[in-house]
Design a protein around this ligand. Structure first.
Ligand code: GLA
Length: 339
């Protein structure tokens, strides 16, 4: 399927994502295991004359790409993506309508989903592996420009490269992407806990703390727990411990799923949550309580906070008929044109 806009009108869909395990590892070139989900952003467009305009069905805002100042809210993502594409001489004139089934500010990558959908509606290409990586990086730069948050590459990559029935094991240093089958007798449930935004959060501090650790013990994606003795600052040491141990947990979780040891997979999720809470300090009391409640429910194998933290969602893996509230999400294909 061709991914980008090559015609006078069309519709593009881009999923959101839930990360099964591997949080706060992507910006140090670590391992992540996100899954594209069946909630996402739709953009319908037609060619026009004059400047490109994006309308949203969520509110009354209209983004005119030739107008200044740059609008706040969702418009800043549209502007940032369009600006970077223009630098690559991709600048068709379209009139576009955006709609979304993703709850905004929930930590399910509504912004990455919007960025990718905008890029594809404007004609960016994402058919080959090289094009997918280049477009994910462009949209990551757009996210940095729009929010000032130095996010990693996970969200934009999974939105583009997701596969139905699979999560994707991504090595964020090499961009190697390996599909990991989600067994059909498992359900993945997302529970929305609180709204959050990473802008103004301590996300950037965490990135800086990891950079600081790397200055002493080298790249965290190659460091071992034994290397931590070289770190004097107890906070930096905890941050590095989280990243090193989380990279191992991603591999162990994939092995547990492959061998259908769902109880083991669940206990690895519990370890991940514990580390994100105690070593990385990105959970909240509400998320901790929700993880605890879900984990104590019969038929649930495991639960953890998911994404950047400071609010957002938790993810649960459970037996099909386990009595858990939330959105039961299906692993979906990545973004593309809708026939
Ligand atoms: C946010 C960022 C990602 C990643 C996660 C945490 O979603 O956009 O790049 O760092 O937080 O795993």
């Amino acid at each position: 399927m061709s991914k980008g806009n090559t015609s006078a009108k069309g519709t593009v869909w881009a999923p959101g994502r839930v990360n099964l395990i591997g949080d706060h590892t992507d910006y140090t070139g670590g391992l992540v295991l996100p899954m594209a989900i069946d909630l996402g952003t739709t953009i319908t467009w037609h060619a026009t004359t004059g400047s490109s305009r994006f309308f949203s069905e969520i509110d009354d805002v209209v983004v005119d790409l030739d107008a200044t100042p740059i609008p706040l809210h969702w418009g800043k993502y549209v502007h940032a993506v369009a600006h970077l594409l223009k630098n690559q001489y991709i600048d068709p004139k379209i009139s576009a309508t955006i709609s979304s089934t993703l709850p905004i500010g929930s930590g399910l990558s509504s912004s990455a989903s919007l960025e990718i959908a905008v890029a594809l509606s404007l004609g960016a290409k994402a058919d080959t592996r090289e094009e997918i990586i280049a477009l994910a990086q462009l949209c990551q730069r757009a996210e940095h420009a729009a929010t000032g948050v130095p996010c990693g590459i996970m969200d934009q990559l999974i939105v583009l490269a997701g596969q139905s029935e699979h999560a994707l094991l991504i090595d964020c240093a090499t961009f190697e992407m390996t599909p990991v089958h989600i067994p059909s007798d498992l359900k993945v449930v997302v529970q929305f806990i609180t709204h959050r935004t990473l802008a103004g959060s301590a996300y950037s501090d965490r990135v800086a703390q990891c950079t600081s650790a790397q200055q002493t013990i080298g790249p965290l994606n190659r460091a071992r727990v034994e290397d931590l003795v070289a770190l004097d600052d107890p906070v930096i040491k905890k941050r590095a411990l989280h990243v090193i141990s989380e990279n191992s947990r991603v591999k162990d979780f994939c092995s547990a799923l492959a061998s259908r040891d769902f109880n083991l997979a669940g206990s690895i999720m519990a370890d991940s949550h514990y580390s994100l809470r105690n070593n990385f300090d990105v959970s909240t009391p509400e998320m901790d309580a929700a993880v605890f409640a879900a984990s104590s429910t019969s038929g649930v194998y495991g639960a953890r906070m998911t994404g950047g933290g400071f609010g957002g969602c938790i993810v649960i893996i459970a037996e099909k008929d386990a009595p858990v509230d939330g959105w039961v999400v299906q692993a979906s294909d990545g973004a593309g044109l809708v026939e």
